[in-house]
Design a protein around this ligand. Structure first.
Ligand SMILES: [Zn+2]
Ligand SMILES: [Zn+2]
Length: 177
């Protein structure tokens, strides 16, 4: 079993953490996942005051890894990385750390009426996607696969909260048994 800890940064609901855990256990049975319910604070030095966004990799590095467990953060904030305007999430496989940034997964960000269930589905998809990267997967050309690259919230909504058979096979070849 591969150990993984889910943590939250800022005002993230326990329901979102639990939803992420359920999706991960469903898709990746070899993970041994536990939730750290403490509410962590984002570090100010990872904040870009000009853009009013966090620098994703900086923030995740500041938050760090818990022992030898793969460490996955749900972050109530907006973030960017390199020359990308924003990122829904980021994975650093060599560090064993990944994060999903929730601000742009909410309907409210786009001026639409709130939809908690839709939000939860997006959280599931983006967590599965970043954990897929943590486990060594690249982007998948199948637009329904959770490993397809999402440029917009429409792409996130289009894909499913599961790995296609090819991606699943790649993961299980490396990590099961
Ligand atoms: Zn990706
Ligand atoms: Zn795939």
């Amino acid at each position: 079993m591969l150990e993984m800890v889910l943590r939250r940064v800022g005002d993230v609901s326990s329901a979102a953490l639990e939803r992420a855990k359920r999706a991960l256990s469903r898709e990746l049975e070899f993970l041994d996942i536990y939730i750290d319910y403490r509410q962590l604070e984002p570090t100010l030095k990872a904040y870009d005051w000009k853009r009013k966004q966090y620098v994703a990799s900086k923030l995740l590095m500041d938050l760090g890894r818990v022992n030898n467990a793969l460490t996955v953060y749900l972050v109530e904030a907006d973030a960017y990385e390199g020359n990308l305007n924003f990122v829904f999430g980021l994975a650093m496989p060599l560090k064993g750390i990944a994060g999903v940034f929730l601000r742009r997964l909410r309907n409210e960000f786009y001026g639409w009426s709130p939809d908690e269930e839709k939000f939860m589905q997006r959280v599931e998809k983006e967590v599965l996607h970043e954990v897929g990267h943590l486990l060594g997967l690249e982007h998948c050309p199948n637009p329904k696969c959770v490993m397809s690259f999402s440029n917009s919230i429409y792409d996130v909504d289009f894909k499913e909260a599961r790995f296609c058979n090819l991606c699943k096979l790649k993961i299980y070849r490396r990590f099961s048994a």
